[in-house]
Design a protein around this ligand. Structure first.
Ligand code: R5P
Length: 306
């Protein structure tokens, strides 16, 4: 990327994704603040910045993927440490925001976890949030600080484009991603289909019916995240019932891949998956391609300079 070294910022890596923090620091030619992160014998977290961040923009890099609570608390502790160490600004780069799916109450006597997480981050001293593909854009409304919700769409599109057959159909696995699927389809000059999905529980979904023309067509399913792989597997079943060709590709931003997900996706017949590295991923191999987000994040940080 080039550009001038950034002497007014310091990258503070959390333990959730040090490789991403290092990539961002390298692109920006910015210093990395070493930290001492330890657990007391009773499990409590101990955090210490080993170099000053006084008067600097402290950029904490910490996705809050699994283990979500531990990573979130670590992010809060780092933000509090930066604030108390007199950082001029505390910028939280949270490429994957845990609890983003808790953006509303689904029934009575439930919390709104995304709102609670937002309040905690602000209380801890975060002054700016950089996220990637927030599950629901309205989550920004839970914050009173600036939020930049970066879209990896251009990078994912560039990565998938050369591999797609001309008759591919872009499929949204539920109504929530229909806008995204339409964006892909517009760029690729092809058609869109959407699957009617019902969530039965946190672990189980049911994909009922495909709306759109998929008969004898290869498909690209697009989604924001893959956790258990249940949504994708159900979507594939519905597509095959609708006569789609057994040539299904998947592009998603966040690859959580909880245990069992990879096998479920293989068994469902996915022939290739593209995910970004908002969360740590093994390097691209075989049918899984990892699309880096560090260049996009670095560009966004450059643009935050006062
Ligand atoms: C749901 O609203 C999301 O966009 C994803 O489709 C879902 O969270 C993926 O989770 P899983 O892989 O467990 O079905």
């Amino acid at each position: 990327m080039g550009g001038h070294p950034m002497s007014d910022i310091a990258i503070v890596p959390g333990s959730a994704h040090p490789a991403l923090a290092a990539d961002v620091a390298r692109i920006l030619d910015a210093p990395v603040v070493p930290t001492a992160l330890e657990r007391f014998p009773d499990g409590e977290l101990s955090v210490r910045l080993l170099e000053p961040v006084r008067a600097l923009s402290a950029v904490i890099v910490q996705p809050t993927g699994p283990p979500v609570d531990a990573n979130l608390v670590e992010l809060l502790a780092l933000a509090d440490a930066c604030r108390r160490a007199a950082a001029a600004r505390v910028i939280a780069v949270v490429p994957y925001v845990g609890y983003a799916r808790g953006d509303r109450r689904h029934g009575r006597r439930e919390p709104i976890m995304a709102s609670l997480a937002a309040q905690l981050l602000q209380t801890a001293g975060v002054t700016h949030l950089l996220a990637v593909d927030l599950h629901a854009p309205q989550i920004e409304g839970f914050f009173h600080i600036p939020v930049d919700d970066l879209s990896p769409f251009p990078s994912l599109l560039n990565a998938v484009r050369p591999d797609l057959p001309p008759d591919v159909v872009i499929v949204s696995p539920d109504l929530g991603r229909l806008g995204l699927a339409t964006r892909y389809a517009d760029e690729l000059h092809t058609g869109v289909a959407v699957v009617h999905k019902r969530r039965l529980s946190g672990r189980q979904t049911e994909s009922l019916q495909v709306v759109g023309e998929v008969h004898d067509r290869p498909c690209l399913i697009v989604d924001d995240m893959i956790t258990t792989g249940g949504t994708i597997a159900g979507c594939i079943e519905a597509l095959l019932r609708g006569g789609a060709r057994r040539e299904i590709r998947v592009a998603a931003t966040h690859g959580l891949f909880v245990p069992g997900a990879d096998e479920r996706l293989r068994h469902a017949g996915v022939c290739r998956i593209w995910v970004t590295d908002t969360l740590p991923q093994p390097t691209s191999e075989g049918d899984k391609v990892v699309v880096p987000v560090a260049p996009m994040i670095a560009t966004a940080i450059r643009q935050l300079r006062p």
